[in-house]
Design a protein around this ligand. Sequence first.
Ligand code: GDP
Length: 524
Amino acid sequence: MSTLHDEIQRRRTFAIISHPDAGKTTLTEKLLWFGGAIQMAGAVRARKAGKHATSDWMELEKQRGISVTSSVMQFPYRDCIINLLDTPGHDDFSEDTYRTLTAVDSAVMVIDSVNGVEAQTIKLLNVCRMRDTPIVTFVNKLDREGKAPIDLLDEIESVLGMQCAPVTWPIGMGKTFRGVYHLVNDTIAFFDPHAEKGTSEMIQGIDNPRLDELIGHQAAELRMDIELVRGASHTFDKEAYLSGKQTPVFFGSAVNNFGVQSLLDAVVDLSPTPLSRKTVTREVTPDEPKFTGFVFKIQANMDPKHRDRIAFVRVCSGKFERGMKLKHVAVDKQIAVNNAITFMAQDRNTTDEAYAGDIIGIPNHGTIKLGDTFTEGEDLKFTGIPSFAPEHFRRARLKNPLKMKQLQKGLQQLAEEGASQLFRPLASNDLILGAVGTLQFDVVAHRLEFEYGVDVAFESFDCSTARWLRGSDADLKSIADKYGYNVALDGAEDYVYLAPNRVNLAMAQERYPDIQFLETREIS
Ligand code: GDP
């Protein structure tokens, strides 16, 4: 029988971060395939909502009820249990994408070899940096003519501020892509787009004459390249990786299955097992016998006939068993969790246990909120689950003014779920919505109409970002008096500065040097 310790040691919980179109969906699918969790390609792509127009997406959500299936993908690989958490991209990019990164122990960053480091990758990496999350890099699409590998590493180092330690190195690219050399194992995997697992042959040793036989003059080039690379780049340092300072880099082509297995092996061999988590009062270690966990995401059903929500709980310690009683600390209540969802790929609903690193979904009717903690009785509150500064803003305009109460209630509740944030400027009666991705506004409008009976229009609002304000009462009063239309209260009655543009933000910061302008706010 496995012990609690064994179960924790075999868990790896990670997410994939990338810019849209870098190949995250393709890679996810291939990882699941290598893990034996799916039989064929297409299974993940079919669920990818981002490629649909907004209206299709709404229909899609309605038809399939709560789309929890792709949120967490759990599968066994070697003797490990892998939890791959989905980070929605494309149109469905939202605060959930960011917050999911607070629930993982490591991340895989996919870089498109043609486009290099792109905007969304930078944003997601900044979120990882808040907790120094270890990052494994996968440079994808080597079957296309992309940037020179050495330039890509330079770009990652300079733009993302992380050392790169190449673990594999590509042999050619595009039409001349022949495979990768493994700098640590001294092996070469040859690229064969027609082979089932992307590779038809592996050989040992860079001086192996078989290398010359197979790739001719490219063999000499590779030997020269490797000499240069060994001299000019960092060697892999596990400590530096685990502290988020260095990223091991792998090259491949996800669509051709190539390099995917080395990546999955790296996740198993290098990535951390479930980590300790901070609470307000103490640190919780994963091998503590009693269950603890926190809510990092709430997903609501788009179908008005089914108002249930799923609270996604990251297990931090102990063991979860179906039917066990858990304390919902925020409301000081015991609940018997009989209907929790677990996410084992083959047999989704019957796995009855979960350990640190795993995710469970608890159905509820709105009583469970983002950031809430569950325990077996202890009063704990996990920290590190923030709200993120929105980048898109709208002013809500009611079509029927008599429905103001419902509107306020609806917006407040949707804000608590994390669908969008609500801001009320001090000098006006405006209700301003903020979101990280614009699809959220459609979601909010749709849900206000069907769940709260409120017909609302969204108008543009001149704001490009928000900052939470921390300072003395006198300073806060002074900034509120000066910029009343731009200083607002959020759903938790916290002061927020709504900045029309970056220049204006910099000026406000300069004028109030004693006030902190924060990009995130801890959910309380
Ligand atoms: P996502 O938006 O990051 O999820 O990206 P997708 O997985 O949907 O991939 C975007 C496009 O790139 C799709 O057309 C894929 O078929 C393609 N793609 C993915 N991996 C590779 C690759 O290794 N080589 C090439 N040439 N195309 C790829």
